[in-house]
Ligand binder design. Structure first.
Ligand code: NAG
Ligand code: NAG
Ligand code: NAG
Ligand code: NAG
Length: 443
């Protein structure tokens, strides 16, 4: 027996490195996956889909703003680091443990932690799959308080030398439990990879909404996020039309490229650098320089898009979990005024401002033809020319034609409605966001 045990001790690291090597073959590490919209199976009408997404986005924006407005200025900077929004828009399937148990997690570029609800659960939220049971997986290892990943947490706790995490989201959702290492499986059939020793939260006290998923997978810039842990820090996604049931596509590592033959693109690839906001280091801030409507560069003061150095408020982020784009109020007012002056249709007096508020009356057929202005988001070094379906929403039942943007009292958020049918690459190594128009429903 002792001989066998020492044999295993020698063999196990070899076995594990063999798994890693397999994952890294073919010129590098990577996988492909699909993303499912959270409401894809809910049987909602187009108008309901949009209303639900706008409600979730509103909650997300409110979460980002909550601490900034409720705390004294000197604590805002540290407090903002802890603010995250719990709900998301896209789900990714992954396997956890040995053998893998599959579950879907909310993909979130606005937070770092990977977590799922674990058995035995003290306080859990409804989820579609059974809770992960660590006693059934031999690869599960609890992390000690001295482990680097434990120290990467903002609120580490130590219980009998085991690292206990607590993670709070701005909308009062939270998760707490043991920080552990486990083997994860990612990707679809042909690109499936199994990766040992991913640090994740095994949550036994959880609150908030999970949007029909079983946890979250953080893709933020912090060290606990999946993109940071996998050490091949680039990912890309191609989101299908918001109203289409076709799943969207996700690429990691070597597969995350806008130049590959697996993506048919139209137009040149454009790139803009990420900007770091020390008060929100997890999030992907961009340097937005202006907005054009109908060929006119609008007169928006650049300070409207700038990060406020004193407290970290303001700025512009790109976010997987926000649907429509939220523009800082002065920018929104200017865009709205440009639409009102350029669209030759009567402006609707929107009473239900819970949805969209720049709406025009465009009664059902026979419709008068109308010219809609082109919209371009300008970033440092890149112009995003938005296709019409990425900023105008036509409600066929009411005849309302609405601008899919809303005002924000804090910073601006480029939402995912605006990059439908764009292939968007987050390249952390080069600190660049790149994008190119692409028909995302074609594989
Ligand atoms: C959760 O997903 C299941 C299966 O995909 C679906 O039948 C159900 O309606 C969803 N529930 C919600 C609340 O979206
Ligand atoms: C957990 O995973 C991290 C990252 O792969 C690794 O550095 C660390 O040694 C692992 N810890 C244990 C106890 O397995
Ligand atoms: C695409 O390929 C070109 C030429 O090989 C390269 O210069 C560029 O950086 C690549 N862009 C991206 C986003 O990968
Ligand atoms: C944003 O881009 C503009 C134009 O390229 C540049 O002048 C400015 O320094 C950039 N700001 C930041 C914070 O990178």
């Amino acid at each position: 027996m002792p001989r066998l045990a020492s044999f295993l001790v020698v063999l196990l690291p070899l076995l594990l490195s063999a798994v890693r090597a397999a994952a890294h073959s073919n010129g590098g590490f990577g996988f492909k996956a699909t993303l499912r919209h959270v409401d894809a199976n809910g049987g909602y009408t187009e108008a309901q889909l949009l209303a639900r997404a706008v409600q979730r986005s509103r909650a997300r924006v409110a979460a980002l703003q909550s601490l900034a407005t409720s705390l004294p200025a000197n604590v805002i900077t540290t407090a903002r680091i802890l603010v995250r929004a719990s709900e998301g828009e896209y789900l990714m399937d992954m396997g956890i443990g040995t053998p893998p148990r599959y579950y879907s997690a909310i993909l979130d570029t606005g937070s770092d932690l990977i977590w799922t609800q674990c058995a035995p659960c003290l306080l859990c939220v409804d989820q579609p799959t059974p809770y992960f049971d660590p006693t059934q997986s031999p690869t599960y290892v609890r992390l000690t308080c001295s482990s680097p990943m434990c120290n990467a947490l903002y609120y580490p706790l130590c219980f009998q030398k085991v690292c206990v995490y607590q993670y709070f989201y701005g909308d009062s959702a939270s998760t707490a439990g043991v920080l552990a290492n486990e083997t994860f499986t990612f990707g679809t059939n042909t690109t499936r990879v199994t990766v040992p020793s991913i640090s994740f939260g095994c949550g036994s006290i959880n609150s908030g909404a999970l949007a029909n998923s079983s946890g979250m997978v953080g893709f933020g810039r912090g060290s606990l996020s999946l993109v940071s842990q996998l050490g091949s820090p680039r990912f890309s996604y191609c989101l299908t039309s918001f109203l289409s049931p076709t799943p969207s596509r996700f690429y990691f590592g070597v597969y995350a490229t806008l130049n590959s033959s697996n993506t048919s693109t139209s137009g040149p690839v454009q790139s803009t650098p990420f900007v770091v906001n020390p008060a929100l280091p997890t999030m992907y801030f961009l340097n937005m320089t202006g907005i054009s409507v109908g060929g006119d560069l609008l007169g928006i003061d650049p300070s409207v898009f700038a990060i406020n150095d004193a407290d970290g408020t303001g700025g512009v982020i790109i976010d997987s979990g926000t649907t429509i784009t939220y523009l800082a109020q002065p920018a929104y007012d200017t865009v709205r005024a440009a639409f009102v002056s350029q669209i030759k249709l009567p402006l609707l007096n929107v009473t239900d401002a819970s949805v969209l508020d720049t709406c025009f009356n465009w009664p059902p057929p026979p419709r008068q033809s109308v010219t809609l202005p082109e919209v371009v988001f300008h970033f440092d070094g890149a112009d995003m020319v938005l296709p019409l379906p990425n900023y105008m929403y036509s409600d066929t039942s009411t005849g309302a034609l609405c601008l899919a943007m809303a005002p924000s009292v804090d910073g601006s958020i480029i939402g995912n409605f605006q990059h439908q049918n764009f292939h968007v690459l987050y390249d952390l190594e080069n600190s660049l966001l790149s994008f190119v128009p692409a028909p995302c429903n074609l594989t």
